[in-house]
Design a protein around this ligand. Structure first.
Ligand SMILES: *[C@@H]1O[C@H](CO)[C@@H](O)[C@H](O)[C@H]1NC(C)=O
Ligand SMILES: *[C@@H]1O[C@H](CO)[C@@H](O)[C@H](O)[C@H]1NC(C)=O
Ligand SMILES: *[C@@H]1O[C@H](CO)[C@@H](O)[C@H](O)[C@H]1NC(C)=O
Ligand SMILES: *[C@@H]1O[C@H](CO)[C@@H](O)[C@H](O)[C@H]1NC(C)=O
Length: 302
């Protein structure tokens, strides 16, 4: 007769244990999930600030120290905006020359991965300035130079206070060239034999607008890996990856990672390595089971 009375109590106990375990997870959850903002710039897939967040291809590219920075082999560039609809990111190199400031020469270099998944956009133009007459872009590779929206590169020497110095020294305009990122990618500034460069973006909209009013900076256009992230975010998760294997994960809470989506029942997809979660699962079941046994034992022995 006694066991019959105890059963509902044991069930109640089981619920409270599960509830307690669930509640314990909540503070940890909000603490350890991926940061979604840096200043006022939203950080969404495929980007991530914390390691293991976002797409593995974009790992170690962003750095949030007060402002958001984009890291490449040639330096750290300030991110001005990210447009997730147009899939573009505008970065600015504070060490780059512009119409109003002349700064020492340096290169713009992306890693091999970056130049594939987040290269400068088609409407970002590199202006190579003060090139020597031996520069490849004046000789064999002349065809790589172009005019955009009715503007020729020579205009920069006349319109920009920063670039007038080239004009003054030689008493004539030294060669210059508007070109695309491809040129800069395959020939470093040393090979190009130009002492300075600047970059302008949204060049399609600059017809009739003088160099003083151009927007200087680099617009990068990124690809978003199609790895089923939408499914994960729809289920309330954040797309991420295993920091050891770079295998894809759907980050559901600090104590639960799934390979696909967060909805119950889909936590482990086809036995892929999710060892920590599996251990927690087993631990949880063992804990509950043990509690029940102890309850039953306690009540029986009363
Ligand atoms: C972030 O940038 C700072 C300098 O701005 C640098 O010292 C730090 O190492 C960077 N962090 C990472 C994870 O790259
Ligand atoms: C322009 O280039 C020449 C070499 O081609 C160099 O001697 C000169 O210093 C450069 N001008 C500036 C202002 O850097
Ligand atoms: C660009 O425009 C300038 C000045 O209008 C012209 O001399 C030059 O030939 C043009 N270059 C190209 C590549 O079309
Ligand atoms: C979930 O994945 C993140 C990112 O790789 C990792 O930091 C965390 O420890 C994982 N948690 C579990 C329970 O596997």
């Amino acid at each position: 007769m006694q066991p019959l009375l105890l059963t509902p109590f044991a069930i109640f106990k089981l619920f409270t244990i599960i509830l307690a375990l669930k509640l314990q997870q909540i503070p940890a959850l909000s603490l350890s999930l991926c940061r979604s903002f840096c200043g006022n710039i939203a950080i969404n897939y495929p980007f991530g600030l914390d390691d293991g967040c976002g797409a593995p291809q974009f790992r170690h590219m962003l750095n949030c120290t007060d402002d958001l920075f984009f890291q490449t082999p040639s330096g750290i560039y300030k991110v001005q905006s990210i447009d997730y609809d147009k899939k573009t990111m505008v970065v600015y190199d504070p060490a780059m020359s512009t119409c109003s400031i002349l700064q020492p020469h340096h290169d713009f270099i992306l890693s091999d991965v970056q130049s594939v998944i987040i290269p400068p956009s088609q409407d970002t133009v590199f202006a190579l300035l003060n090139c020597s007459i031996d520069s490849p872009v004046l000789n064999h590779y002349k065809y790589l130079c172009f005019n955009f929206s009715g503007h020729s590169c020579d205009e920069l020497y006349g319109s920009c206070s920063a670039f007038r110095v080239f004009h003054l020294l030689t008493n004539s305009s030294p060669p210059c060239c508007f070109t695309g990122y491809g040129t800069v990618k395959f020939m470093s500034m040393n090979i190009l034999d130009c002492t300075h460069y600047t970059t302008v973006f949204n060049t399609d909209n600059l017809k009739g607008i003088g160099p003083l009013d151009w927007v200087y900076g680099i617009k990068l256009s990124f690809g978003v890996p199609d790895t089923g992230c939408e499914r994960c975010s729809k289920s309330g998760g954040t797309c991420g990856f295993d920091t050891d294997t770079e295998g894809l994960l759907c980050l559901c809470s600090s104590s639960m990672n799934s390979t696909r989506e967060c909805a119950a029942g889909s936590v482990i997809a086809r036995g892929q390595s999710n060892a920590p979660w599996r251990h927690i699962q087993i631990f949880l079941f063992l804990g509950v089971f043990l509690h029940m046994l102890i309850d039953v034992y306690d009540n029986l022995s009363l």
